[in-house]
Design a protein around this ligand. Structure first.
Ligand code: PLP
Length: 365
């Protein structure tokens, strides 16, 4: 049963926290889980063995090195930056929280390009940061660049997600460049799904010219490590300093540090799977295109998920789960996303199954 907050407890909570509900990812036991944009192919076997080996040699009696210096060096070498430009966190989510803790707050503003990842506004709200939402184009989901540029000078944090979750589009680099110039505060580029985008889409090259740019990455998606919790940001050393000042020192534990070092060393072993996810994405989109006569509209995607609009999303979502044991994410209650579902790109068998199930459900109606 979902956790509840009693009215008595809500009454004694801090006001911004009392407006929230316990997070429920809506997981239910199904055969095919395509709801959380995980890598459903799992870890390559050789990497898994190497991780097991590293874990067995990791001592647990000492506190972890707070900023995971060995891992940080490997991440810096990978991305061609200085280790002082890297901050690790217990998942990208923790770094987002730290960012709002350090740079948000009452009387400050988050400029958000919606619909997008809901975590930004939740964390901003938790530290009482007013939020200005600029709606994306309802047909293409392209960010409203003019409006974002107009509001950037009065904003303390601007967030852009590239590829965007759940719409799958990537942001234009020249636009990010202009945004970094226009905004006196932090510009956060969330590239959690960057590995699935065409090569050269990353905004990392802009770090050299913009000390207010923060690029977020995670090992949760392409690198099949959602259960391990390791995210990192690349930023100016001084911004990393600000994050290090507010973060809990020991959130990235010794086991996760050891496993993440192995993953970074073996990152090239993930390329075949990433390539397959990208080609399966196109195959899934083709299959969804063949359902257009049943009222399905699918948007192109640069990520490991696709956003689709169906005639009655709540019904389709429930039937997928209850009649076909397939879990996807229902976004139909999100403004701008009525009747939209987000489907993670899975293995060929998983994708075939979701396509067949959608056809069955939509033909019944
Ligand atoms: C998944 C995701 C993250 C971070 O996930 P973690 O598992 O906390 O590392 C960040 N941003 C977006 C848009 C995501 O979808």
């Amino acid at each position: 049963m979902a956790l509840q907050i009693s009215p008595e407890v809500r009454a004694i909570m801090r006001r911004s926290a009392a407006e929230l509900e316990p997070y429920d990812p809506g997981f239910s036991p199904v055969e095919v889980n395509l709801s959380a944009n995980e890598n459903t192919y799992g870890m390559p076997e050789a990497v898994r063995w190497a991780i097991n080996d590293a874990l067995s040699q990791t001592a647990l009696n000492r506190y972890p090195v707070p900023l995971a210096d060995k891992l940080r060096q490997k991440l810096a070498d990978w991305h061609g930056v200085d280790p002082s430009q890297v901050c690790v966190g217990n998942g990208g989510d923790e770094l987002l929280f730290n960012l709002f803790l350090a740079f948000g707050g009452p009387g400050r503003t988050l400029l958000n390009s919606t619909p997008t990842f809901s975590v930004y506004s939740i964390y901003a709200g938790l530290v009482d940061t007013p939020i200005v939402n600029v709606e994306r184009d309802p047909e293409t989901f392209a960010p409203n660049q003019d409006e974002l540029l107009r509001l950037a000078p009065q904003s303390n944090i601007v967030v852009l997600t590239s590829p965007n979750n759940p719409t799958g589009d990537i942001v234009d680099k020249d636009f990010v460049d202009r945004l970094c110039r226009a905004c006196p505060g932090i510009v956060l580029l969330d590239e959690a799904y960057g590995e699935f985008a065409p090569t050269g889409s990353t905004c990392e090259p802009l770090l050299a010219s913009h000390p207010n740019l923060v690029v977020l990455h995670t090992l949760s998606k392409a690198f099949a490590f959602a259960g391990g919790r390791l995210g990192y940001v690349l930023a100016d050393p001084s911004v990393v300093g600000a994050l290090a000042a507010v973060r809990q020192p020991y959130t990235v534990d010794v086991l996760v540090q050891a496993a993440a070092e192995v993953i970074v060393d073996h990152r090239h072993d993930f390329l075949p799977t990433i390539g397959q996810i990208k080609s399966e994405r196109e195959r899934l989109l083709e299959g969804l295109g063949r359902l257009s006569d049943l009222g399905v509209k699918a948007w192109p995607s640069c990520s490991n998920f696709v956003c689709v609009r169906v005639p009655d999303a709540p019904h389709v979502w429930t039937s997928l789960r209850d009649d076909h044991s397939i879990l996807v994410r229902n976004f139909s209650a999100t403004p701008g996303l009525h009747n939209c579902l987000r489907i993670t790109v899975g293995t060929p068998a998983e994708n075939d199954r979701v396509l067949a199930a959608l056809r069955t459900i939509l033909q019944e109606d």
